[in-house]
Design a protein around this ligand. Structure first.
Ligand code: BGC
Length: 716
């Protein structure tokens, strides 16, 4: 008999439901806690896992109780939201997506895992894989952006990073943690961008856009999945039998743990799909949810559900088995105190992690506009630094920086002062991030008096993005537009830096500014990374992982639109466009400037005809036409010209970066397989229809700036 079989045979129903119960140890945002309040429950075997606790001593104290004082001595599973770093906070996921480098995505996850594991954590509620095409939704900040192909690559990299690259032994390494991919699914498509609200999308969109990142996570061996809070066409994801039991478990073969979102099982009552806690618990368990996070519905409701015949003991056992199996895979039975042990190598790491945080942060910055003002001239002496985000330590880390400390963050002001010791930097916040008070604008203008140029730092507070942070009007909050207008009126060159977790509606400010950069929430090294880019110490290479609208009325806006029968045409009113706003975004997906100037040429296919099962080798030449060494980013898109179902105008199939010295030329290659040309057909299985495909290469999704060739898929 295996250890798990023995335990299952010995467990009471109460101990079984206890294993399915995850509770907060308290102090989510305040750090390590003395979790005395939960000891009684723990002793009674009514808790199987904890969240919101980290720190070796606190974790080990509770683990000791679980191991030594509970009847069966089953170790606790300790989970936390390690979204973009644990203590060393890296850029928010949307910013990290802008790096477009799976190797770095993986590295930041493995460093975060090592740091979290050293703090006693064994599972993270990450990666967050919600495709988001609506910047009103605050959780776009936590997402990899608008595109399913990027989302899938992000999923693979993050799962490997958190869990260890070796699928077999990875999780048992004491520096690895289990990944719980979330929020399954379509949570990024809530009605009107309101968090937690219904998603009501077509099955095609579900299969083409929202499921692929989860498919990639599962294929990479992701240990857990978290269903989303929302309902999908009336069925809350927590009880979505056809997606959880059907698609995830049966079709994708997912054998890991499904952990509910926070209190989501009890919220089934609010959703109106369960009449009481026992009914809610039964519906969630029967749909395949193993762990109940925070609602108490399983411990309170499952025994009654069992008595009423709403669930079977076999279903409960199967869920318990999956939880115990995860604990076993994590090495918790053999080595319950293995995570949370400081070792000498751990002590040496923070500097290296800071260096990684700085590198990621500067790679995440997207230079949106630059009328020849950046990099700052080496002889600049008088700079005005204005705006409420210029010296805002509390805002640098962004959402989900639970174990991170605000004190560890470097502000923009500090970063610039250190990078430009010979310049005088006059600083004034001008206005607060929110609020109508304009009394500080005069001081803001005053500090521009002798300045050669102004660095204007505007945007959101960290808590204006992330969960429960939807904004109907995601522009510059408070009186920031008034400040910006007053500064622009001075007629001096203005570098506008935007701190935010989403694209902001800043069309007018972008027009008036001399340069604009998206600086997101970049983490502990924000200020230094921004200084690296502004001074030219680092040549920007970040690219937008989302289309940046010019007007909120354009959302949802994304590059993979389907063709209209009446594509927008300038002089024909009866075409797909607005009367009052251009249809084009302010900045395309993939946009991002560099201090180098690159040109693409000679897009070619080695074999313009390919067969199912074959490959299509694409190459394009890239030249650096400038005196600055830099890194070019090339995006490869395809379009299926004629298919049984209208295919998007552009589908992303590859992204490559290439570093080029001044005047250097290089070749970027893409190796495409049949799956890159297929789409979900009957029963949503991939189908490749023979015929013509267009292949596009560009430095963004701007259709005016792309090279294209055609290729043919031949019948098999
Ligand atoms: C969020 C999840 C998170 C969980 C635990 C919920 O409110 O939706 O993303 O993992 O809380 O903190």
């Amino acid at each position: 008999m295996s250890k798990i079989d023995e335990l299952l045979a010995a467990m009471t129903v109460e101990e079984k439901t206890g294993q399915l119960n995850m509770v907060a140890a308290g102090g989510a945002v305040t750090g390590p806690v003395q979790a005395t309040g939960i000891e009684k429950e723990l002793l009674a075997g009514r808790i199987g896992s904890l969240l919101n606790i980290w720190g070796a001593s606190g974790v080990h104290a509770l683990q000791k109780i679980a191991m030594e004082q509970t009847r069966l001595g089953i170790p606790l599973l300790i989970a936390n939201d390690v979204l973009h770093g644990h203590k060393t906070i890296f850029p928010i996921p949307l910013a990290e997506a802008a790096v477009f480098d799976p190797g770095l995505w993986q590295l930041s996850a493995s460093e975060a895992a090592a740091e979290a594991a050293a703090d006693g954590v064994a599972m993270t509620f990450a990666p967050m894989l919600d495709i988001a095409r609506d910047p009103r939704w605050g959780r776009i900040a936590e997402s990899p952006g608008e595109d399913p192909w990027v989302g899938a690559r992000f999923a693979e990299a993050k799962v490997r990073g958190f869990q260890g690259a070796d699928r077999c032994s990875g999780l048992s390494q004491m520096s690895a943690i289990a990944a719980a991919a979330k929020h399954f699914c379509a949570y990024g498509a809530p009605m009107a961008g309101i968090d937690y609200d219904s998603a009501d999308i077509s099955e095609r969109l579900l299969h083409e856009v929202y499921l692929p990142p989860f498919a990639a996570a599962v294929a990479t061996g992701c240990a857990a999945i978290m269903p989303a809070f929302n309902d999908l066409a009336g069925i809350p994801m927590t009880v979505h039998v056809s997606l959880l039991r059907g698609w995830l478990r049966r079709e994708r073969g997912f054998e890991g743990v499904i952990v509910s979102d926070y209190n989501a099982i009890a919220e089934l009552l609010q959703h109106g799909v369960a009449g009481d806690l026992a009914g809610a618990a039964a519906a969630a368990l029967n749909a395949g949810v193993d762990i109940d996070m925070m609602s108490g519905a399983y411990v309170q409701g499952l025994p009654e559900a069992l008595a009423r015949g709403l669930v079977s003991i076999d279903m409960i056992d199967a869920a318990v088995r999956r939880v115990l199996t995860l604990k076993e895979r994590l090495g918790l039975f053999k080595n319950p105190f293995g995570r949370g042990r400081e070792t000498s190598t751990d002590l040496a790491l923070p500097d290296a992690r800071r260096a990684l945080a700085r590198d990621l942060a500067r790679r995440a910055i997207v230079l949106l506009k630059n009328d020849e003002i950046l990099p700052l001239p080496a002889n600049v002496r008088e700079i005005a630094l204005v705006g409420p985000l210029a010296d805002a330590r509390t805002e640098m880390l962004g959402p989900w920086a639970m174990a991170g400390s605000v004190e560890s963050a470097v502000t923009i002001r500090e970063g610039l002062a250190a990078a430009l010791p010979d310049a005088r930097i006059a600083y004034a916040p001008g206005v607060a991030i929110t609020g109508a008070d304009v009394s500080g604008i005069a001081a803001g203008l005053e500090c521009c008096r002798n300045a050669e140029l102004v660095i204007l730092c505007l945007g959101e507070a960290a808590n204006m993005s992330g969960e429960a942070a939807s904004r109907a009007n995601p522009g510059l909050p408070g009186a920031q537009t008034a400040l910006a207008d007053a500064i622009f009126d001075l007629g001096k060159p203005v570098v506008l830096l935007l701190s935010s977790g989403r694209p902001l509606m800043i069309a007018e400010a972008a027009e008036r500014a001399t340069a604009v950069a998206a600086t997101w929430f970049l983490g502990v090294e924000a200020g230094r990374a921004i200084a690296d880019v502004l001074t030219g110490k680092f040549n920007p290479t970040g690219r937008l992982p989302v289309t940046w609208p010019r007007d909120i009325g354009q959302v949802p806006i994304y590059f993979a639109r389907r063709p209209s029968g009446r594509p927008a045409a300038a002089h024909n009113p009866y075409t797909s466009k607005y009367l009052d706003t251009p249809v084009e975004p302010l900045f395309y997906f993939g946009h991002g400037l560099s201090y180098s100037r690159f040109a693409l040429s000679n897009l070619r296919a080695a074999n313009p005809e390919f067969y199912p099962g074959g490959r299509l080798m694409i190459a394009v030449d890239v030249a650096n036409l400038s005196p600055a060494a830099g890194e070019a980013t090339v995006f490869l898109f395809v379009r299926d010209m004629v298919a049984s179902v209208a295919r998007p105008l552009l589908e992303l199939k590859g992204v490559r970066k290439i570093a080029l010295d001044p005047g250097e030329e290089g070749i970027v290659r893409f190796d495409l397989g049949a799956s890159d040309f297929s789409y979900p057909g009957t029963n949503w299985n991939p189908v490749l229809e023979p015929g013509e495909f267009m292949i596009f290469a560009g430095m963004s999704a701007d259709p005016q700036q792309m090279l294209s060739i055609t290729a043919r898929a031949s019948p098999g």
